[in-house]
Design a binder for this molecule. Structure first.
Ligand code: VGL
Ligand code: ZN
Length: 209
């Protein structure tokens, strides 16, 4: 039974096969969060699942930049872009939600990263920092004022979504034990510093919520 107020939603980011061990962009131990996320989700009346969902020729893929390798950075019109292995290509098994996710009451699956030219770690604003996915409006229409965020990866999708949720005026908490990081080039430490500076509450365990 939900024990959070109806004005608080859970956002579960990118718990997809490609971000789990064996996947194209595996986050270390990524699948370990699945039972934790399932248990957490039962405590919320409103749950949103986020799904990274790219066209096969997405410009965040190193394969689209001859001579470049994954984890190198290129300059895009909107700023620096880390290049990734091809991952979460729309409609492929790697892009599917992890089969162990058991959240039948999730109200919305918000996909992101569908525009070839622009990446989107955030579930709210694409990397051009202008294009809205519409999730801010969906949350507002339902009277959501506070969000709890977890999933993959802490230093990208989770952090960028948390920072944008703060920009949209929401109260934000990130649950560490229900998240895992990629951690490339100091990204995890930077993400936590940015989140703390933006007023994101950080809890280690779901019990602390
Ligand atoms: C993500 C890298 C590439 C994420 C998405 O959602 O954390 N990370 N695409
Ligand atoms: Zn992606």
């Amino acid at each position: 039974m939900p024990d959070f107020p109806a004005t608080t939603a859970l956002i579960v980011t990118d718990v997809q096969n490609d971000f789990c061990p064996g996947g194209a962009l595996a986050v270390p131990d990524g699948d370990a969060i699945v039972p934790v996320v399932n248990a957490l989700a039962r405590r919320f009346a409103t749950v949103v699942l986020i799904q990274d969902w790219h066209p096969a020729d997405h410009l965040s893929f190193a394969s689209q930049h001859p001579g470049r390798a994954p984890l190198e950075t290129v300059e895009m019109p909107y700023g620096p872009q880390i290049l990734w292995p091809d991952h979460c290509v729309m409609g492929t098994p790697g892009a599917a939600l992890h089969p162990g996710l058991d959240i039948p009451h999730a109200a919305l699956i918000q996909r992101k990263g569908m525009h070839r030219e622009v990446d989107s770690y955030s579930a709210l604003l694409e990397a051009d920092r202008k294009t809205r996915t519409g999730l801010d409006g969906w949350l507002a229409a339902r009277g959501i004022r506070s969000v709890v965020i977890c999933g993959l990866a802490t230093d990208f999708c989770v952090a960028w979504t948390a920072l944008d949720a703060r920009r949209f005026g929401l109260e934000v908490t990130v649950v560490e034990e229900a998240s895992r990081a990629i951690d490339t080039g100091g990204s995890l430490a930077r993400a936590w510093a940015d989140m703390e500076a933006a007023g994101v509450r950080r809890v280690l365990r779901a019990e602390e919520l």
